[in-house]
Design a protein around this ligand. Structure first.
Ligand code: SF4
Ligand code: MG
Length: 275
């Protein structure tokens, strides 16, 4: 009898060498993601990575699976369409804080409440890296190192985890690129979660935010088991300083089904769409 060899993390790496700057946190996110995929034993032809525009949105090119590098802020829109057409695929949308929370902010809100079975990984470095260091939605109000905002952005930060909870997401987690083992566990849990799983990954940009070298001293793990209670999650997020890592909330909620036909089998859908 022929046996199928288990996939290893390196099997999910494509032949394309990342062009990220030395020290970019996105290297560790890529590595953790390939380890999570190997841990889950997900066949490469059953995974699809969808991105928008930005440094972190290059990630699908570096993964040996289906990939689509789309337009700015629209990763979730393309991923939702793919999931509707191919519910059998594990769909992962990936990108950065500018792409996902500014240009794509509206898609983020509605993906949370629609609850399609997919994973959304945002590599948050609190800056637009690809376009040379403008303030992003998660940049703090007092950051003055950008030529575009020499007096600081002066506006309050976007709070991705709290907003995801308010918008109806059932799985919310935060990881850190400097904790690859913890991040691998979180990503594996997010991919396995049946519904829309949002993972904010603190992933420093040493080129435009060298001040984030101290993130490794600032992150701290959630000192509690993941809660499945939205009120308790809101309490955790109210006290959150933005550096709490772990699964902050996980509750199984009704999952969006293709054409709202909860009883339709994949075979029936494939037949209808001639897949
Ligand atoms: Fe990474 Fe920043 Fe370089 Fe972009 S500019 S590749 S985010 S270090
Ligand atoms: Mg960014």
């Amino acid at each position: 009898m022929m046996t199928v060899a288990a996939l290893r993390a390196k099997d999910y790496k494509s032949d394309i060498k990342p062009v990220w700057c030395p020290g970019c946190g996105d290297f560790a996110v890529l590595s953790a993601l390939t380890k999570a995929l190997a841990h889950l034993g997900l066949p490469k032809e059953r995974a699809a990575l969808i991105s928008g525009i930005g440094c972190s949105s290059r990630l699908p090119a570096y993964i040996n699976a289906y990939g689509f590098h789309g337009v700015h802020g629209r990763a979730l829109a393309a991923a939702s369409g793919l999931k509707a057409a191919r519910p059998d695929l594990a769909v992962l949308a990936v990108g950065g804080d500018g792409d996902g929370f500014s240009i794509g902010g509206n898609h983020f809100l509605h993906a949370c409440r629609r609850n399609m079975d997919m994973t959304y990984i945002v590599m948050d470095n609190e800056v637009y890296g690809m376009t040379k260091g403008q303030a992003s939605p998660t940049t703090g109000p007092d950051w003055m190192d950008s030529k575009m905002t020499p007096h600081g952005p002066g506006v309050r930060r976007f709070q991705p985890a709290a907003i995801a909870l308010a918008a109806g997401a059932g799985f919310i987690a935060r990881g850190f690129s400097g904790d690859p083992s913890g991040l691998t566990r979180i990503l594996a849990a997010a991919i396995e979660y049946p519904g829309f799983a949002f993972v904010q990954v603190l992933s420093p940009c040493p080129t435009f935010r060298p001040d984030h070298r101290d993130w490794k001293e600032q992150v701290h793990g959630l000192e509690a088991e993941p809660t499945g209670n939205a009120v308790e999650a809101a309490r955790i997020l109210q006290a959150d300083d933005g550096m709490t890592t772990g699964i902050l909330y996980a509750e199984e909620l009704p999952v969006w089904q293709p054409r709202n036909q909860a009883s339709a089998s994949i075979a029936e859908i494939e037949e209808e769409f001639r897949l």
